[in-house]
Design a protein around this ligand. Sequence first.
Ligand code: HEC
Ligand code: HEC
Ligand code: HEC
Ligand code: HEC
Ligand code: HEC
Length: 402
Amino acid sequence: MEQRTNSPYPRVDRPMLAVIGVLLVLSCVLFFASDRDHDWRYYQMAFKGEVASQFGDERAEQVTTGIQQIWVADLGRADRCVTCHQAVSWKGFENAEEPFRTHPLEPLKGHPIEKFGCTSCHGGQGWAVDVREAHGEVAHWEEPLLSRALGEDYSLSGNKGALIQMNCNICHRYDRETKGADAINLAKRLVDEKGCRACHVINNRGGRIGPDLTRVGEKAPEQYDYSRLSGQKTAFAWHVAHFKNPKEVSTDSAMPVFGFNTGQAQALAMLVLSWRPADVPAAYLAGAPRTDVPTPEQAAEELRMRTGPGAWFVETGCATCHSIQVYGVRSPAQIGPDLSNAVEDVQSRFGRTIDDFLREPTGTMSVVLSRQIILTPEQKAVAIQKLREAFVVYQKQQAEKE
Ligand code: HEC
Ligand code: HEC
Ligand code: HEC
Ligand code: HEC
Ligand code: HEC
């Protein structure tokens, strides 16, 4: 702790300090003179000018000056963005340059700025009044402005402004669909269609082959292994690459290649990164319930399969990934092959008997049977018996077809 009390700076000669001082002043002057990094006072003067030229001097005199702030007690946010973005609630600046443009009306209809501030949707550092700092383009700021510019940096394939939807979904994660968040909606449909829950817990429901994803968006960027990633080393880039081909960034991953295109992989990356605890009061969370519930159709289908001839496969959990067509069991995800003819298929694919395969499974099934569905030797014998019975039915069906 000694180091803390001593000055961390070495002794330097006075003339040297003077030179450094002059350089500092110079660089500050250059900094403020540069195009983008004007002081907030500059923007307020410029806005006043805009108002004067459009609405006359009288209106211009009414433009507020000084640091402006929206304080939202419920969210603990003090957003000073309006210090520069003064036109947000004005009519008549729809086509002006930023920061002097009227805010699009649609997003603010259900979210008045007095209640939501700016950063709950946009990100950025609310209290800062310097462009770079306010937009969060500084080191160690975890919530950068989710801007079009960042979308371009990330090479988004569709709408460059889509990144903001990650913040929408922090409050809207329990919605099946959120108007104005198309990328997130697409990703939510894919999660359902591809059956990610077969292997992952999401909102308290799902399997345990992969990690629980309920809070995966909280993982710090430093926690990812970027060693096999070419290009940008960001959590976003990691997830995009991972969705395209899990094994490329995560050796020996049991996660399948789903064949997602770039737009789908990017939408999924946005979705999973939005899965972090919402630091907002319950009233700010749209579309409760707190855990996902199956639709009535899904529930009815499940009941039918649970009470039918394929009940054992459904109850044991095999049907999350496998259909067993001979019993009318349909897996929504179909991550593994249909088990109706597994007895024969295992023999021809692996050159092993089904007994052998289940005793010492390989590939995904070795992970399934060691992490998600733990079977005793007796239960494995039942599994083999069930697979044999299914195969008998399968052979009968095939014979009838011929
Ligand atoms: C010091 C003045 C200043 C402050 C404070 C400020 N901005 Fe800006 N903002 C600008 C300027 C100038 C631009 C246009 C140039 C640019 O993008 O840098 C801009 C652009 C933007 C854009 C469009 C950028 C894009 O690429 O999509 C958004 C969104 C935005 N600001 C949001 C915010 C939010 C949210 C805050 C508060 C956390 C904020 N700004 C605070 C000056 C400011
Ligand atoms: C409910 C969420 C929400 C809130 C709250 C909100 N915005 Fe926006 N803002 C949006 C959306 C959505 C867009 C449109 C983005 C698009 O069209 O791609 C937008 C657009 C903008 C733009 C234009 C940049 C662009 O991409 O078109 C600026 C600047 C901006 N907002 C600043 C602010 C400021 C300042 C506040 C606070 C006074 C604020 N916003 C509050 C959601 C919000
Ligand atoms: C801080 C939390 C929060 C954020 C961030 C947020 N919302 Fe909302 N949103 C809400 C709440 C709360 C409601 C009211 C829901 C209700 O009444 O059930 C709502 C309502 C809505 C509605 C329905 C009301 C309407 O406007 O017709 C839509 C659509 C919506 N939000 C879309 C979005 C989009 C798109 C974004 C991102 C740009 C966003 N929300 C960001 C909390 C949030
Ligand atoms: C057959 C099982 C399986 C399926 C199906 C599956 N995953 Fe995975 N997933 C895994 C395994 C195992 C890992 C851990 C190894 C790795 O990182 O690839 C993983 C890792 C992940 C990670 C990284 C988690 C972290 O903490 O870094 C995400 C995100 C993810 N999966 C999302 C999904 C989504 C979304 C789907 C559906 C489109 C899906 N997974 C389908 C098995 C699966
Ligand atoms: C999380 C998804 C998942 C679950 C749950 C699951 N499996 Fe599998 N299973 C797979 C995948 C994926 C394959 C294909 C593996 C491969 O080709 O390496 C597979 C392959 C098999 C095979 C080989 C089939 C063939 O035709 O080659 C058998 C047999 C099998 N599983 C039985 C079961 C049984 C019995 C259960 C329930 C106790 C079960 N599986 C549960 C994903 C799963």
